[in-house]
Write a protein that binds this ligand. Structure first.
Ligand SMILES: *Cc1c(COP(=O)(O)O)cnc(C)c1O
Length: 425
């Protein structure tokens, strides 16, 4: 029995499914996940000493590469001074100021410990601010696992959603309208049907949780106009895209200004940090200033914010995102070219350090198109690449991530491996 299999068996006895977050269990591709022992730069090493080029990057945070020496040193230095105080610190002001400086729509920000907390709190704040109950989300966008967000579209155009998880009573999602991403007409119809009831629209400005799907031309602008017209709060969930696709997140690229933004992943540099922020007038609704309750024992944790501060400082270095976008482009264009050489129906897209790989001829624009891709070919590609020492996300519905340490040699090694794997497909 291999060491990974041994560990997985042991994990399955102590932890449900052997994992602490479901995608890690490899259920959608089959097989046993490698247990990671350490990581450095673009590489992971598993418990058997096998090295992998990593395109998951901890699902986003590792934009500087794993175990960046400066980030690790900041964490070590902070840890010596105490792990948690439950009292305000100068370090958390500095992270808040750095976020405000980078993302102009954020006038004030509150730190939390995960993306789930950030979106849950932002929605509560939007409801408190407007005094309205209903929210609009889009199918295929993921905003963490708060009860009212674990929902898919029901049958019929404007019916409310059905829970996608056991343990969520239908009553808990009765205020969640679930619409198709990029379908602005459906949003317009929802506002026409409930003009006084919709508190907010929450959207991933580039969808990164149904593989990668870009907003259609005019979609985000249209959401902005509808929210403004109807007095609803526009929330950009940039937990994945913020500081990943560009220096000001997707909002800096598309030029659409949300009222509230949620962040996590990169802003913690690999430590548990989330944040929600936006217009000061709205943020004033949060306790202790306002009537919307929100709190956290470990919020603004000094060790976590130390990692975030260094990460944000490094991302502000001139040319960082140009270089990242170029490296990701080398990877995606190279993969597309090699797939074509071997007659595999394949396409790809990227922005900054975020990418999508699709086993279909053209880049998808909807969840339906992503779902219609060849998931069988993906599975064979995934396992073929893993055997070659390249670790992509273990699902056809996840985006991929490139870090600043994925240099030309790392990309070339990936493309050489892909050439062999595509040839066998
Ligand atoms: C990852 C993610 C979340 C949830 O963040 P967690 O830290 O896992 O709770 C929310 N929204 C988006 C867009 C994400 O990608």
């Amino acid at each position: 029995m291999s060491r990974n299999t041994e560990l997985f068996d042991r994990a399955c006895r102590a932890i449900p499914g052997g994992v602490n977050s479901p995608v890690r269990a490899f259920r959608s591709v089959g097989g046993t996940p490698p247990f990671i022992a350490r990581a450095q730069g673009p590489y992971l090493w598993d418990a058997e000493g096998t090295r992998y080029i990593d395109y998951i990057g901890s699902w986003g945070p590792a934009i500087l590469g794993h175990a960046d020496p400066e980030v690790v040193a900041a964490v070590q230095a902070a840890a010596v001074d105490g792990l948690s105080f439950g009292a305000p610190t100068e370090a958390e002001i500095e992270l808040a100021e750095a976020i405000i400086e980078r993302i102009p729509s954020i006038e004030q920000v509150r730190l939390v410990s995960s993306g789930t907390e950030a979106t849950m709190s932002a929605i509560r704040l939007a409801r408190g601010h407007t005094g309205r109950p209903k929210i609009i989300k889009f199918e295929g966008c993921y905003h963490g696992h708060a009860d009212s967000l674990l929902v898919k579209a029901g049958s019929g155009m404007l019916t409310f959603g059905n829970p996608t998880s056991a343990g969520v009573p239908p009553e808990f999602v009765q205020h969640t309208l679930v619409l198709d991403y990029n379908d602005l007409a459906a949003v317009e119809a929802a506002f026409a049907q409930y003009p006084e009831d919709i508190a907010c629209v929450i959207v991933e400005p580039i969808a990164g949780n149904m593989n990668m799907v870009r907003p259609a031309a005019g979609f985000l602008e249209g959401l902005r106009a509808l929210c403004t017209r109807h007095g609803a709060v526009l929330i950009f969930d940039e937990v994945m895209t913020g500081l990943r696709v560009g220096p000001q997140g997707m909002q800096g690229l598309c030029g659409v200004t949300p009222d509230l933004t949620t962040l996590a992943k990169i802003i913690g540099g690999g430590m548990p940090v989330g944040a929600f922020g936006g217009r000061a007038e709205i943020m004033a609704g949060i306790a202790p200033l306002g009537a919307v309750y929100q709190a956290g024992t470990l919020s603004g944790n000094p060790v976590a914010v130390a990692a975030g501060r260094v990460t944000l400082r490094r991302l502000a270095e001139p040319g960082f995102y140009d270089a990242l976008h170029r490296q990701t482009g080398l990877l995606i264009q190279g993969l597309v070219e090699r797939a074509r050489r071997h007659g595999v129906a394949f396409s790809g897209d990227w922005q900054g350090g975020l990418f999508g790989l699709y086993f279909r001829a053209t880049v998808p624009t909807s969840l339906a198109e992503v779902s219609a891709s060849d998931t069988d070919a993906f599975k064979r590609f995934f396992h073929g690449m893993l055997a070659e020492g390249v670790h992509f996300a273990p699902s056809a519905f996840e985006a991929g991530f490139v870090s600043a340490t994925h240099d030309d040699a790392v990309i070339q090694a990936t493309l050489d491996a892909a050439d062999r794997v595509f040839a066998r497909l």
